[in-house]
Design a protein around this ligand. Sequence first.
Ligand code: SF4
Length: 314
Amino acid sequence: MNEIRPPRHPEKAHRPDNPVPRKPEWIRVKAPTSPEYHETRRLMRRLNLATVCEEAACPNIGECWKQKHATVMILGSVCTRACAFCNVATGRPDQLDPHEPEHVAEAVAELGLRHVVVTSVDRDDLEDGGAMQFVRVIEALRARAPATTIEILTPDFLKKPGAIEMVVAARPDVFNHNLETVPRLYPSIRPGARYFHSLRLLARVKEIDPSIFTKSGLMVGLGESDGEVHQVMDDLRSAEVDFLTIGQYLQPTPKHAAIERFVTPAAFAELERMAYGKGFLMVSASPLTRSSHHAGEDFARLRAARQARSDAAD
Ligand code: SF4
């Protein structure tokens, strides 16, 4: 019997279509076909796990899953927010799966990951925003795969007092929270979020535990100006964020926010140069940069960059 699935984006159904433009030649990616891709997919289905790679229709999935680098999405696959750029389904969220933490740990052990990125949907319906499930996942990973370093990419925990502190106390190696866009575009692109709250979250992580690396990401192509991007870089540095990622926004469907521009590889290189000039320890800026792309290699470089900076200060 065919399963009847609810529409992924019911809140966007009434919107006029924004035609999806053809991608420039520097954004072409290959369709995922490798045996490792199919193996990773089967493993995720067997353990009933969602991945942001699939849910967000990430263009890098063929490359990442060939190396078995998948980013697990916890707290179910349905989000309580409805951001204009995001392909994750919106609606009434799933019941929390009590086996999720052990399943994430099992997947990481089976994939043999040295570094894992765990993200989630937004769960405004839960009293702690899902913070405790992040803690349980981190604990399960530490128990099952103690050598694996852990990066979390969290929602903003808006109006969830104590949530950030709870997650920081579990001591992930990297705490990532994406600002996604410039403050002027928040009302249309991230309507449920608040720019200064997200910035404050990142600053708060560092205040509580300066040893945790902090990371944030931006998309370009949503209508921001370069000047606004530079301002966000300054804001992130004032929150002592270590690592900045910048990638091209790609429009998942005609109902999503329109692509306002394709930023060239040369312009990305210029953004990267500018960001390093502002003092980030690490910057990744390219058309296909995503926060979890090459996260393992980047983590090793991040650690080395911190060590080099501290050696230079001695
Ligand atoms: S870049 Fe991240 S979200 Fe995209 S496929 Fe790779 S791991 Fe998944």
